[in-house]
Design a protein around this ligand. Sequence first.
Ligand SMILES: [Zn+2]
Length: 215
Amino acid sequence: MNLIIMGPQGSGKGTQADLLSERMGFYHIESGKLLRELAQRDSEVYELIYKKGELYPDQGTLNLIAQDLKVNNSLKKRKVFDGFPRTKSQYSILKKWLSKINQRIDLVVFINISEQETVKRLSARRTCVKCGTVYNLITNPPSNPGRCKCGGRLVQRADDKEETIKKRLSLFKRETKPLISEIEKDGILIEIDGERPIEEIFLDIKNAIEKIKNE
Ligand SMILES: [Zn+2]
């Protein structure tokens, strides 16, 4: 079973993907993490993404994902895609690749929160100066106030300011709207109200998965 989890920044989709992995055995594919790891190994990629601010090619990202699944022997496991696909063209190359290995996307979970809520939650983000782990004082607080689990100090990054958040959000909407209508056509979309407790959201996702399994 393949699931895509989507939502604006701050929607808590990463948290839900982690729960799917812990409680239901899903392999969590975090494309952002794979890209960050690649950039650490490859200075050209680092230059492209973090200095020039360009996007990594779609096919390249898919290759990274495919490689990660192979290395971790997870190609045939239940998977949750987080961060990819984000656009219509990424969605289409993912579908193509899955059909080649006799798989398909079974469900797309879109966790939605209002713009106001996005701003509120993202202003609550705190990043570890030492290891880069991101916490959220509302949705994912550190167990030790002001400290990462690695011991590092937690700070608010400059781009977690309201203006920047709003800019990123409008980019997300621009990219995602056409993708969402494409997924609706495929009949595999469920939209979930993300402004509720984590456990309630998880239950909705779990129920949607059970429903597919029983079809
Ligand atoms: Zn840390």
